[in-house]
Design a protein around this ligand. Structure first.
Ligand SMILES: NC(=O)C1=CN([C@@H]2O[C@H](COP(=O)(O)OP(=O)(O)OC[C@H]3O[C@@H](n4cnc5c(N)ncnc54)[C@H](OP(=O)(O)O)[C@@H]3O)[C@@H](O)[C@H]2O)C=CC1
Ligand SMILES: C[C@H]1O[C@H](OP(=O)(O)OP(=O)(O)OC[C@H]2O[C@@H](n3cnc4c(=O)[nH]c(N)nc43)[C@H](O)[C@@H]2O)[C@@H](O)[C@@H](O)C1=O
Length: 318
């Protein structure tokens, strides 16, 4: 790479952040602006539906972005994944295929695709190294989403091999932070619990119901750390293999629920609804590849929870 090809060397380069109003996309926009990037290309879902191939092609032909950060996707927690399998596979395959292919065809210098830790087999070795991909059966509650995400990784690899296109993939662990989805059923566990504990506190309820058995382990990363890692990879990484992005710290869902209860200040008790699925028992990622490149996370789970609850209080329509 010539010196002026590095991502940070030209802060006026046109950067398309797909999905800029979501949890991840909004954190990426904050990060890019704080780094001094001045030419962000942003389109809401209503302005540009990325599942529509011809609209995406016309957009790339007209706008000619130089870099693409692909944070638009159909995303949700265990219930949403289980309930809408067709949406999770079809929408994600469509968005990523259209955006990766148009990026290549219209001269984008580099694209980063975001997958998820659910790409790995249900019983992968822990912590999960990148090479555990496609080594065993997937977790059934999110296999449709996982298949789409695995296809995204493979598409980046295929375009790199055949076209020498600089397409890289990052696999974040479970994320949370400002602009998360706080829907009572379709969200991920952490925002769901913030909302449920908060509403119980306000209503003076004695109990809060938490799904499953409480025994599954999850690794959480604040979305500002993820945004920082994405910048790091855009600048420093150009390889075939995807890169895990995790905090390296895991908690049981029971421990998470107790922590959310404390941060929100709910005084009642927890009740477990074991009719709801636990999902994968454990999915701690091995993020040593990223650590060896020189990146590490900053935000502790407790600090991140306090920050996210504050954001929820200031921004949710209560
Ligand atoms: N949240 C998490 O815990 C994790 C997320 N990831 C990955 O990070 C990425 C971003 O996720 P996250 O920010 O949480 O998701 P969000 O749901 O918060 O945001 C997704 C964004 O994509 C946009 N979008 C969805 N469909 C379309 C479409 N057809 N056309 C245009 N835009 C569309 C949404 O717009 P609108 O709201 O208007 O529909 C929204 O802005 C995804 O690839 C996800 O797989 C990976 C690991 C964990
Ligand atoms: C990021 C990742 O997110 C999804 O996988 P998941 O990690 O299983 O996601 P989750 O956050 O929804 O649940 C984590 C755990 O928490 C428990 N749990 C308790 N109470 C609530 C609750 O109220 N809501 C939810 N959603 N879960 C709850 C729940 O039963 C489970 O044991 C993928 O589908 C896919 O989207 C993906 O890649």
């Amino acid at each position: 790479m010539a010196a002026n090809d590095y991502f940070f060397s030209n802060k006026s380069a046109k950067v398309f952040v797909a999905g800029h109003r979501g949890l991840v996309g909004s954190a990426i926009v904050r990060k890019l602006l704080s780094l001094g990037f001045t030419n962000l290309l942003l389109r809401s879902h209503a302005e540009l539906d990325l599942t529509r191939q011809s609209d995406v092609e016309s957009f790339f032909a007209a706008e000619k972005p130089q870099y693409v950060i692909l944070a638009a996707a159909k995303v949700g927690g265990i219930h949403a994944n289980n309930t809408y399998p067709a949406d999770f596979i079809a929408v994600n395959l469509q968005i990523q295929t259209n955006v990766i292919d148009s990026s290549y065809r219209h001269g984008v210098k580099k694209i980063i695709f975001l997958g998820s830790s659910c790409i790995y087999p249900k019983f992968a070795p822990q912590p999960i190294p990148e090479n555990a991909l496609l080594s065993g059966p997937l977790e059934p509650t999110n296999e449709w989403y996982a298949i789409a995400k695995i296809s995204g990784i493979k598409m980046c690899q295929a375009y790199r091999i055949q076209h020498k296109f600089d397409a890289i993939s990052a696999m974040p662990t479970n994320l949370y932070g400002p602009n998360d989805n706080f829907h009572p059923e379709n969200s991920h566990v952490l925002p769901a619990l913030i909302r449920r504990f908060h509403e119980a506190k306000v209503q003076g309820a004695k109990q809060v119901v938490v799904w499953g058995t409480g025994s599954p382990l999850r690794e959480f990363l604040h979305v500002d750390d993820l945004a920082d890692a994405v910048m790091f990879l855009m600048e420093k990484y150009s390889g075939l293999e995807h890169v895990n992005v995790g905090s390296g710290k895991e908690v049981t869902i029971k421990e998470l629920a107790e922590l959310v209860k404390e941060v929100v200040g709910f005084q009642g008790e927890l009740v477990w609804d074991s009719s709801k699925p636990d999902g994968t028992p454990r999915k701690l990622m091995d993020s040593s590849k990223l650590a060896n490149l020189g990146w590490s996370p900053n935000v502790s789970l407790k600090d991140g929870l306090v920050d996210t609850y504050k954001w929820y209080l200031e921004n949710s329509k209560q």
